[in-house]
Design a protein around this ligand. Structure first.
Ligand SMILES: Cc1cc2nc3c(=O)[nH]c(=O)nc-3n(C[C@H](O)[C@H](O)[C@H](O)COP(=O)(O)O)c2cc1C
Length: 319
């Protein structure tokens, strides 16, 4: 039988989360070079209601930007079944092998368009949309969702739909949509989902340390983990969870890690972004998500740097 999941059966995959504004192909290359996640995701690709334009040129490049042999999943966000099916087709023609639909984003226009997390507000529309996408998608088709719109147990009711339609795996971020990023991810819900379905469930949310990752794997029996903000702060987190790197760092080691991370980011971002302003802005977007009490002073200076030279100098002064 052909392997459809984007990871080999014998491992518990550690995945890099899709993060809009951050996990572009250059960023993914940095993380792959540092820690080699087992699976990586694109940022969400907007599929507009009734739009005939389809995916943007950049989205098509992203969908096809496989890095080495690390499986890449292209993520779509939208609500119009016709437009989503057309986008899935386009993404596959561009080279995407694995596709995912975003049923979790709690923000802004995505939400008011009833896309992302707002799909959970209108659960009757979910089966038709997923069925049509399933028929179009040749590789794995996964769903990334919150625990519910306002009811944290809603995802449990959706499991039979996912199973019947032939979804290959689900990724759960166990907060509700209305909760946005407040409170904590409740991985007791992850555990309930794992025991209620035969589908592989990937646990996502608030995995910031190797200990968090291992504990969630044990307690939920999830098929794998997805790391977002934790990996942005510490690109070696995948290797720490695997036990290939010390679980904790000394301050001098962290200084070295941060410096080399930022150097690589700058190098890679110069390959895909144009002009100093854009490179600086995109790099600062990453820096704004790095949480580090030891080096906050340096990170603050980098966030305020007026040009790339000053930015790089602040990065090099980290000690
Ligand atoms: C800046 C930012 C951008 C995000 N963009 C996406 C996205 O494009 N698609 C998606 O499914 N989730 C997106 N998310 C949610 C993350 O993938 C993840 O589910 C969430 O951050 C919880 O995981 P974490 O605690 O490991 O960060 C985003 C989160 C943040 C903070």
């Amino acid at each position: 039988m052909t392997q459809i999941l984007p990871w080999p059966a014998e491992i518990k995959p550690l995945m890099l989360a899709p993060m809009q504004g951050l996990t572009n192909r250059a960023f993914r290359a940095v993380i792959i070079g540092t820690s080699r996640p087992d699976v990586v995701f694109t940022e969400f690709m907007r599929v507009r209601l009734g739009s005939k334009k389809g995916l943007s040129k950049v989205d098509k490049v992203e969908a096809a930007s496989h890095n080495g042999d690390v499986p890449l999943v292209a993520q779509l966000i939208g609500r119009d079944p016709d437009a989503l099916v057309a986008a899935a087709k386009e993404a596959q023609q561009a080279g995407a092998r694995h596709l995912n639909i975003n049923m979790g984003c709690p923000y802004g226009r995505m939400n008011s368009n009833s896309a992302g997390g707002a799909l959970l507000k209108d659960p009757q529309s979910i089966p038709v949309t997923l069925e049509r996408l399933r028929r179009e998608i040749k590789g794995s088709f996964s769903v990334k969702l919150r625990a519910g719109y306002d009811d944290p147990r809603q995802a449990l009711d959706l499991l039979p739909i996912f199973e019947d339609i032939g979804i290959d795996f689900i990724i759960i971020h166990p907060r509700t949509v209305i909760q946005k990023f407040t409170g904590l991810a409740d991985h007791r819900i992850t555990a309930e989902l794992v025991s209620a379905t035969r589908l592989p469930v990937i646990a996502n949310g608030d995995i910031m340390t190797a200990a968090d990752g291992r504990q969630i794997l044990v307690e939920t029996k999830a098929a794998g983990l997805m790391l977002g903000r934790g990996a942005i702060t510490d690109p070696l987190l995948f290797e720490r969870i695997r036990g290939n790197c010390p679980a904790e760092m000394s301050r001098p080691d962290r200084a070295l890690e941060l410096k080399s991370y930022i150097r690589e980011l700058l190098e890679r971002y110069q390959e895909i972004f144009q002009g100093e302003d854009q490179i600086l802005r995109k790099t600062k977007e990453v820096i704004s998500f790095i949480e580090d009490p030891w080096f906050e002073k340096y990170l603050k200076k980098m966030r305020r740097a007026a040009d790339l030279t000053k930015f790089a100098a602040h990065a090099e002064s980290i000690a």
